[in-house]
Design a protein around this ligand. Structure first.
Ligand code: ADP
Length: 608
């Protein structure tokens, strides 16, 4: 028998390997991937046509091969959607549309903007091919019900909810030697944390020392957080937050997540807001870094898996029940960490505290339904400050997208439809939101210039998604904003007065004293229409400074820990911008550590 030419095989193998790596590197450099769905048997009369629609971060371009009643192939040629969220929809939707031969397929939960954009791009391609897209609006058959299998799992620590707090707690507990299962009910990790744009507040950090910032002390941080939170927060929790913030930043550096830039945030007296380099949105940045750590450390992360109940034995948490599409899980654990986020997408629950919020726009992801609070209450946990629901003053009403404080921290201002400023634009979120609610027409504008746009990378997406109004002069911008009559001149005056205030370093009108490093004099100028929207639920599960859950009699529930937005007591009546990220990193670490120590003590008891 002829021996295969092993040398030739090796060379071909190496060349193929090099080619694949080159393709991979190219696709990473190019910043998008090509997703293809469809069959090979394409008839001769099928037409191939491109279509496009705006996605969350930029245009989505597809190529569709179809006849008037059959789709044979869908390729996504271009996209810039957020890795881990929109990218899931980009990967899944073409196949789903092809399989169902319908555009009526469900959107990917939590990635509706991208899902809708993929569908709209396919519609556009069909139209460009001269086909009627309505033919593909066929009803989609419901999937047959699945008989679920019961599965028992075991681990040291089970963490429920893979947002910032859950990822942090999982990484920490794994670093401490625990075997961790992390459950996430959505198709991807990140939760609301992914949407955090500004930065992480921290006091007395090495980064600040290097930048020569000496007045950002733990005491100042505590005072600001309590004052801006209307003195409602639990001072012990706030002090724990502040005291552990510098170490938390060091820890982020140790897991390759540096935050080297420091600016002021809304209402605070000093600069605490630590940001990633180049103005990257902090949430996406940290979630990606934390997720990479879970992968590196081998955390068992299960998406599409929803926890439904905490398992208790003799008053102690010993695991959870959970489910995915095919299984009912009983997960036995030595300790349980709840990091399920807030309830800013649970309108019934919010309306039970404030009926006016029932139809409000929310910046929250659809999974923010307060599951952890309900699960904890079912085992006797107490809650605090549930009625404290924060409005954010700069929300784009059409889809709940947030314009983070960092845009104002870099110099943007807010004007009303009369072309006038009306508040210290960087006062607390509650103060600015309440002032906006008193303005005519129910909306306002946030204004910035090209200099700021160049400095703050995240503003690009507002331009790409068509949220910005532009003008080459203040007058032109005002007209494009829809201002008329006196309002146009008011706006021009407002801008000139503001630029003078920046030059003087004093805002005589409204007493703003930060985010005034640069004026707004570089054309073109930008405006985004904004109004207040539901942002953060500040109340939740009662915890102590060890992130242990407290029951309604004031006692610790052994084995049960909680961190992040699912807890209450840290923000009081108003959360400071940058404190949610600080909360999920600091208390995520504390919960991971406490749960780890508890798991060790259970292991010792079991061994004895
Ligand atoms: P935090 O900032 O406190 O980490 P996030 O909103 O970022 O809060 O993350 C909370 C995560 O918990 C979200 O990804 C959410 O989908 C997830 N989650 C909520 N309820 C459940 C549940 N019942 N089971 C599993 N994951 C859940």
């Amino acid at each position: 028998m002829k021996k295969p030419n092993t040398k030739l095989h090796d060379v071909i193998g190496i060349l193929c390997g090099v080619f694949l790596v080159a393709v991979l590197i190219w696709s990473i450099i190019a910043g998008n991937r090509t997703t293809t769905a469809g069959a090979a048997d394409i008839p001769d009369d099928a037409v191939t046509m491109q279509g496009t629609a705006p996605g969350r971060n930029g245009p989505i371009v597809v190529e569709v091969t179809a006849t008037e009643d059959t789709i044979y192939q869908i390729k996504v040629l271009e996209e810039e959607e957020t890795e881990g969220i929109g990218s899931v929809a980009v990967d899944e939707l073409p196949g789903m549309i092809y399989e169902a031969q319908s555009l009526q397929v469900d959107s990917i939960a939590g990635a509706t903007v991208t899902s809708d954009a993929v569908k709209a791009a396919v519609v556009n391609a069909l139209e460009n091919a001269g086909f009627d897209p309505n033919v593909f609006m066929r009803e989609v058959e419901a999937a047959a019900p699945v008989e679920k299998t019961d599965v028992e799992l075991e681990c040291d620590v089970v963490v429920v909810g893979a947002g910032g707090a859950g990822l942090t707690a999982s990484v920490l507990a794994t670093q401490e030697g625990q075997n961790v299962i992390l459950l996430e009910k959505m198709p991807f990790v990140g939760g609301n944390s992914l949407r955090a744009e500004g930065g992480m507040n921290a006091a007395d950090t090495k980064v600040e020392a290097e930048l020569g910032i000496t007045d950002s002390t733990v005491d100042n941080f505590v005072e600001d957080t309590l004052r801006l939170g209307h003195n409602l927060a639990n001072p012990d929790l706030v002090r724990t937050l502040a005291e552990n913030s510098a170490e938390a930043v060091d820890w982020l550096y140790s897991i390759d997540a540096p935050l080297p830039e420091v600016v002021a945030t809304g209402g605070t007296s000093h600069k605490y807001l630590h940001k990633p380099e180049g103005g990257l949105p902090v949430g996406e940045y940290l979630v990606e870094k934390l997720k990479a750590q879970t992968e590196k450390l081998g955390v068992d992360v299960r998406v599409n898996t929803k926890a439904t109940e905490i398992l208790m034995e003799n008053g102690q948490a010993v695991g959870v029940k959970a489910e995915d599409a095919e299984h009912n899980y009983t997960i036995h654990a030595k300790s349980v960490v709840l990091t399920t986020g807030g309830f800013g997408a649970n309108f019934d629950l919010m309306a039970s505290y404030d009926e006016s919020l029932r139809n409000a726009v929310t910046t929250n992801h659809s999974g923010a339904t307060g599951d952890g609070i309900a699960m904890a209450q079912a085992v006797g946990a107490d809650t605090v400050d549930m009625e404290q629901i924060q409005l954010h003053p700069t929300v784009i009403q059409s889809d709940g997208t947030l314009v983070s404080e960092s845009v104002r921290s870099h110099g943007a201002i807010i004007v009303n439809t009369e072309g006038k400023r009306f508040v210290n634009d960087l006062a607390g979120r509650d103060v600015v939101s309440q002032a906006e609610l008193k303005q005519p027409d129910g909306y306002c504008f946030i204004i910035f210039d090209q200099h700021l746009q160049d400095e703050v990378a995240l503003t690009q997406k507002f331009i790409d998604r068509g949220f910005t109004i532009t003008g080459n002069t203040y007058e032109e911008l005002a007209e494009n904003m829809g201002l008329t009559g006196e309002a146009v001149q008011n706006f021009v005056n407002t801008m000139n007065t503001w630029n003078e205030s920046v030059a003087k370093g004093v805002d005589e009108e409204f007493g703003r004293d930060n985010g005034m490093d640069a004026d707004l004099s570089t054309a073109p100028y930008y405006a985004i229409k904004i109004a207040p929207g539901i942002h953060h639920t500040m109340g939740g599960i009662k915890i102590n400074t060890n992130a242990e859950v407290i029951d309604t009699s004031g006692n610790v529930i052994p084995g049960l820990f909680a961190a992040g937005e699912t807890t209450g007591g840290i923000h009081g009546g108003n959360r400071v911008g940058g404190n949610a990220v600080c909360d999920f990193i600091v208390f995520g670490r504390i919960a991971g550590k406490s749960a780890s120590e508890f798991a060790d003590s259970v292991a010792l008891d079991n061994a004895a």
